[in-house]
Design a binder for this molecule. Structure first.
Ligand SMILES: Cc1cc2nc3c(=O)[nH]c(=O)nc-3n(C[C@H](O)[C@H](O)[C@H](O)COP(=O)(O)O)c2cc1C
Length: 409
């Protein structure tokens, strides 16, 4: 069916990609707001937690384009409880950020409970538990994506968070499983529901798949059919149209958007448009993209300080300009810029009038296509009823190495 057949005239100059040309925007009343206890989220769109990405500056930029729920990158419970300065900076945001949403990483029920208690005292509006981290250093200790393979351990973690959260909704985010042989998402759904989680997000890939290949949206539909709490589908929402396709094909209650918004924060405007029944305007040309990049840079420098903020913009500059003519050649210089004027000078050599490249819409800007063999602790799967938390690092050195692995992962 074409947009016109759905009652919505296609906007002139509609930016239709070959894959999504025929997806109609939402019809009135077709989708409901996502409800997480007292939080009402419309459109039912969640910015995925992404380490090194979804800090306050990026969240505030995305929010200015659209609406929905914008989750922090994972904040480690140990770093937070040990008063690590960077961990606290990453968990912080000014009072105007509302709702304020934080993803917690931890594998000790006492730690995650205590962290949630402190976050709630500090005014947080939503907490999510990361149960999908595939990083070797994490799974080899029995953390992250390894946890749902031990449902009773997962239950202890969710129970601890829910018990300390009061009225604040707690959600969990999981992967489909460890690998093709060890599926965990249905067990995780059951546990999340039994322990009082307000929703479950499913990145429909296994930990072995990392970010490679296509997400298995069929697994999202399977989870939706198995639980009564809201299910958030995640994986491969590159365009606003994909969010509609994912919800229509699985019946899920909302979508989580990860890599699609890297260097494309206006994706949240496009999402708001299609959920409200409108056809989005085409994305900005290169001149418009550079303006967004300048705004993002200023937010980053205000939050992290000029040097640290701008250094992080190097990778963003290559994400924002991906697919534009001459951007590949400029990449080396972009990776060395030290100041905002230098950054803008390199970008100023490109053609500001160049339209947004179609091929860059569905291109992954982060994480390659490699897969992995997941490392678990020796004998980890021998007793899946075991609910003993894995040992988490406690010394400052151990913790610093751990935080680095998570950020890089
Ligand atoms: C750079 C990067 C960092 C990520 N960090 C986290 C994280 O901190 N917590 C988490 O639950 N998932 C993390 N993820 C996974 C995403 O939240 C999401 O599940 C995944 O990218 C799949 O969605 P997508 O296909 O829309 O990108 C990260 C992904 C990327 C690309």
């Amino acid at each position: 069916m074409d947009a016109a057949e759905n009652g919505t005239p296609p906007a002139s100059g509609r930016f239709a990609t070959p894959l999504n040309r025929d997806v109609p925007p939402a019809a009135p009343g077709e989708f409901e707001p996502l409800r997480l206890r007292n939080l009402r989220v419309w459109p039912p769109v969640v910015l995925a937690p992404m380490a090194g990405v979804t800090n306050y500056p990026f969240r505030s930029l995305c929010r200015e384009f659209g609406a929905g729920l914008y989750v922090s990158e994972m904040i480690t419970a140990r770093g937070y409880l040990n008063d690590n300065a960077l961990t606290h900076l990453l968990a912080s945001s000014p009072p105007e950020e509302q709702p304020r949403s934080i993803q917690v990483y931890g594998s000790d029920p006492v730690d995650v409970g205590e962290m949630v208690r402190r976050l709630v005292d500090d005014g947080v509006d939503h907490v999510d538990l990361n149960l999908g981290c595939p990083v070797r250093k994490v799974t080899s200790h029995g953390g992250g994506a390894a946890i749902p393979a031990k449902p009773r351990l997962m239950a202890r973690l969710v129970r601890a968070m829910v018990g300390c959260a009061g009225d604040v909704p707690v959600t969990v985010k999981v992967r489909k499983g460890i690998d093709e042989g060890i599926d965990t998402h249905l067990d995780a759904g059951r546990v999340a529901q039994e322990e009082g989680a307000s929703a479950i997000g499913l990145h429909a890939r296994t930990a072995a798949q990392l970010y490679a290949g296509d997400a298995d949206w069929g697994a999202v539909g399977e989870l939706k059919a198995a639980v009564s709490i809201p299910v958030l589908g995640n994986g491969d929402v590159w365009e606003a149209w994909d969010a509609l396709r994912l919800m229509r094909s699985t019946g899920c209650d909302g979508v989580i958007v990860g890599r699609g918004c890297l260097g494309r924060p206006w994706l949240f405007r496009e999402l708001a448009d299609v959920f409200d029944g409108r056809v989005p305007a085409p994305p900005p040309n290169l001149g418009g993209v550079v303006e967004v990049l300048r705004d993002h840079s200023e937010r980053m420098m205000a939050f992290f300080g000029e040097r640290m903020g701008l250094r992080q913009m190097r990778k963003w500059a290559s994400w924002y300009t991906k697919g534009f003519r001459g951007s590949a050649a400029a990449r080396g210089r972009l990776m060395r810029v030290e100041t905002l004027p230098e950054l803008l000078a390199v970008l100023g050599e490109l053609d500001a009038d160049e339209p947004f490249p179609l091929a860059a819409v569905r291109a992954s800007r982060a994480k390659g296509g490699r897969t992995q063999r997941v490392r678990l602790p020796d004998g980890y799967l021998d007793d899946r009823d075991d609910d003993t938390p894995p040992r988490t690092p406690h010394s400052a050195d151990e913790l610093a190495a751990w935080e680095r692995a998570l950020q890089a992962g």
